[in-house]
Design a protein around this ligand. Structure first.
Ligand SMILES: [Zn+2]
Length: 470
């Protein structure tokens, strides 16, 4: 559920190190706007300035409208002061977003939608005669219907392939075959037509949901009686309607594959670790999983009464189940004893529905895990980590400036692919990145991977290029 995810996993808390002023733009401004409860457009304009001034006034700061360290400290409180944290390298030595000059230029997003290898028709073994008879009827439509035969060749082949994949699921075959023979479908651009066929023919959550939505649309009188052009318009509107997509990343809740068994060593006493509430004693453990070793800082204080917090073992287990790419982007994890200091702000922004922050991250690779009012499922940590670390990855790989060439390529990829993996992904390009990465990791090595590649070839190419998908 998209809404739950928004609340259970508030947006990335960046580690800003420069003063933000009117005229600034980018993810950091977006972050600022979220914290202020403003409409998020990533541009520091007059409305943002006004809100900053009001916030500063209300918090006893000089209301100059410039967001420097003191204002960020009130707003974010995610950056422990380096002096209080002698065990950690100072902020200045943190990895910065990769410079363009150190990497080869990214290839342009692929122009064609259909880039994945075709699959042979699925086996009919073990499928009931009833289902096969129904399937064959739809297959007959896909092969012989006059309207489908008049479609561009790439679309015809795609329709036939999607139908042939589903002898055990005539419903998918039916929706694809019927979509392809709608009068309005023939008027769609070839690329849109192919993406729609891929979308409706998939076995993943997005596809299942989209099929139900398309059934609803195509059985309405307004659609059935519409002119060809009007049908085409309604189909395109359906395609662009964010309401037609669920949150793919919620299914399944656990990433596929056998989790690695983590090895925990330590503890080492740290007299003053940078918790969000300030420097405090901690025990540092090292969690070794495969090729990575992650420092995890555990508070020596009791967790706030009435709240639930993950144990070190749960965190380690969660790490063991995350992909190598995710673990590599984490510098350290802090298990916080108290709720996030941003929660008051989120409560004001989201009201009753806000259940408390679960995790926050910095672009330097720090992950903060907060105790929550409701007990978290042990497995929930996996995907939450992957999503949150997606913000670290995008900040480091694409930069923190939305106008960068790298982020513009991501924009172009979103536009080129035309679909999103979840509702939440549509809230901003950083969320789109995190949700997409999570979806791809969750699908890796399963039949859904091929579907996602077909649905989002441009994003897939960029993720490969940046090494986020290996
Ligand atoms: Zn997020």
């Amino acid at each position: 559920m998209a809404v739950t995810r928004v609340f259970s996993s508030p947006p990335v808390a960046g580690r800003p190190d420069t003063t933000l002023r009117q005229g600034a733009a980018g993810p950091i401004v977006e972050e600022l706007q979220r914290k202020l409860g403003l409409a998020v457009d990533g541009k520091f304009g007059p409305a943002t300035l006004e809100a900053v001034r009001r916030f500063q006034e209300a918090n006893g700061l000089s209301s100059d409208g410039a967001v420097g360290a003191a204002t960020w400290a009130k707003l974010a409180l995610t950056s422990p002061p380096p002096a209080s944290n002698p065990d950690q390298p100072p902020a200045a030595s943190e990895p910065r977003p990769t410079n363009n000059t150190t990497r080869p230029p990214a290839p342009p997003p692929r122009p064609d939608t259909f880039t994945v290898p075709r699959e042979p028709p699925a086996s009919r073994e073990g499928i009931s005669a009833d289902l096969l008879a129904e399937f064959d009827a739809y297959r007959g439509i896909a092969t012989d219907d006059e309207r489908i035969r008049a479609l561009p060749r790439s679309v015809q082949l795609n329709v036939l392939e999607e139908v042939e994949r589903h002898p055990a699921n005539p419903d998918a075959a039916r929706v694809v075959a019927y979509l392809a023979r709608e009068r309005g479908f023939a008027l769609l651009p070839e690329k849109t037509a192919n993406t729609l066929v891929n979308l409706l023919g998939g076995t993943n959550e997005v596809s299942r949901h989209a099929r139900a939505q398309f059934d609803r649309l195509s059985s309405r009188q307004e659609f059935i009686k519409a002119t060809d052009a009007e049908q085409a318009r309604q189909i395109q509107q359906f395609f662009a309607d964010p309401k037609s997509l669920p949150d793919i990343t919620s299914d399944p809740p656990i990433l596929p594959g056998r989790p690695d068994v983590p090895r925990i060593t330590g503890p080492r006493d740290v007299p003053a670790h940078g918790f969000q509430g300030g420097a405090a004693p901690a025990r540092e453990y090292l969690v070794e999983v495969g090729q990575t070793t992650t420092p995890v800082f555990v508070t020596t204080q009791a967790v706030q009464a009435g709240l639930f917090q993950h144990s070190l073992q749960e965190i380690a287990k969660g790490l063991g189940a995350t992909p190598l790419e995710t673990r590599k982007a984490i510098r350290q994890i802090t298990i916080e004893p108290k709720t996030s200091r941003l929660d008051d702000h989120w409560h004001k922004t989201y009201g009753e529905a806000f259940k408390g922050s679960y995790m926050e991250v910095t672009f330097a690779g720090d992950v903060f895990v907060f105790p929550t009012k409701e007990r978290r499922a042990k497995d929930e940590i996996q995907k939450a980590l992957v999503h949150e670390v997606g913000h670290i990855q995008s900040g480091q790989l694409l930069g923190q400036n939305y106008d960068s060439a790298e982020w513009r390529r991501w924009d172009a990829a979103i536009a080129s692919d035309g679909v999103a993996v979840s509702q939440y992904a549509r809230t901003s390009k950083t969320e789109d990145f995190s949700e997409t990465v999570t979806a791809f990791y969750a699908a890796r090595g399963t039949p859904k991977e091929r579907e996602l590649r077909a649905l989002m070839p441009a994003r897939y190419a960029l993720l490969r290029h940046h090494g986020v998908l290996s």
